[in-house]
Design a binder for this molecule. Structure first.
Ligand SMILES: C[S@@+](CC[C@H](N)C(=O)[O-])C[C@H]1O[C@@H](n2cnc3c(N)ncnc32)[C@H](O)[C@@H]1O
Length: 278
């Protein structure tokens, strides 16, 4: 099975679980990600504004909308929008003169997101401008220079072509546009077998980038003002149950895990093309 098919199968099942049973997607045993990666990312004030299933479907590893300044009238694109939580939160901030796009390749997630959109719009008539698009983050179905802010929450780590995703993000951003992404990254040298076990726990099918590598890839795509801010650092206790069940000698590898697997908020800017252009 290709990586893309495996991702669609896994997240399609998570979306169906939320739609059919109203159980939090992160509690699906196949996802193994309930704690501590996806836990307590959003404040009660944010969750109260959203349809219940948008909150239950949350599978991110950060809260990018809380860390970026969004202005009324801006256009936002969320790469791998899942059940739509960050799209709906962004839509409230950019208002009816702005636009919040979500992009996802999994039909069941899009179905869930559009139902969440319908409920959010019914609660807030005329105040949200939202559209969920079907497609791959490696081939964004939007024109060049059409977006002010790219968001993403724990999705780029799933891609087997991260260079292409960053090039596409750069292409669709307007000059001066901002990249504001939560993602899992690794820090420093990690033994390949340990890296593989930990990334399986995190759910990074195609592997997380090392933090310097992420910044280098952003620079290679043309971004400037690049920064990476850790938001959660995971330790061996977080992964103990999963790794033990997978037959890993947890206490032996513990010293090599500490401080090396983290969620981070990654910012970058598409530079202006000429003085005064933005
Ligand atoms: C870990 S979930 C995160 C969902 C959402 N960002 C959130 O915070 O709840 C990953 C989502 O990204 C989508 N996805 C993964 N790889 C993708 C790709 N290459 N192109 C488009 N969507 C993708 C999956 O279908 C899934 O909905």
């Amino acid at each position: 099975m290709s990586t893309q098919s495996a991702i669609q199968e896994k997240y399609g099942a998570a979306a169906r679980a939320v739609t059919q049973t109203s159980v939090a997607a992160c509690c699906d045993p196949g996802l193994r990600c309930c704690d501590p990666i996806t836990k307590n990312l959003y404040g009660a004030g944010e969750k109260d504004l959203l349809p219940e299933n948008a909150v239950l479907a949350s599978l991110g590893c950060g809260n990018p909308t809380a860390l970026i300044d969004l202005q009324p009238g801006e256009t936002v694109l969320d790469l791998g929008s899942g059940g739509g939580i960050d799209v709906l939160l962004s839509a409230r901030r950019v208002g009816p003169t702005g636009k919040a796009y979500g992009l996802d390749m999994t039909d069941d997630m899009l179905h869930l997101a559009r139902e969440n959109q319908r409920q959010a719009e019914a609660r807030n008539p005329g105040t949200l401008n939202v559209e969920f698009l079907k497609g791959e983050i490696e081939n964004i179905p939007l024109p060049d220079n059409s977006v002010d802010v790219i968001l993403s929450n724990c999705v780029i780590n799933l891609s087997s072509n991260k260079d292409r995703v960053l090039q596409e993000a750069f292409r669709v951003l307007r000059p001066g546009g901002r990249f504001a992404v939560s993602d899992v990254v690794t820090r420093g040298e990690v033994h390949p077998a340990i890296r593989q076990s930990m990334l399986l726990w995190v759910g990074c099918i195609a592997g997380a980038l090392q933090e310097d590598e992420y910044q280098a890839k952003l620079a290679a795509a043309g971004f400037t003002d690049i920064s990476l801010e850790p938001t959660r650092v995971y330790d061996i206790e977080d992964a103990r149950q999963f790794l033990t069940e997978a037959g890993v000698a947890v206490d032996e590898i513990a010293p090599q895990v500490e401080g090396k697997f983290l969620s981070a908020f990654i910012r970058a800017t598409k530079p202006c093309c000429a003085p005064g252009c933005c």
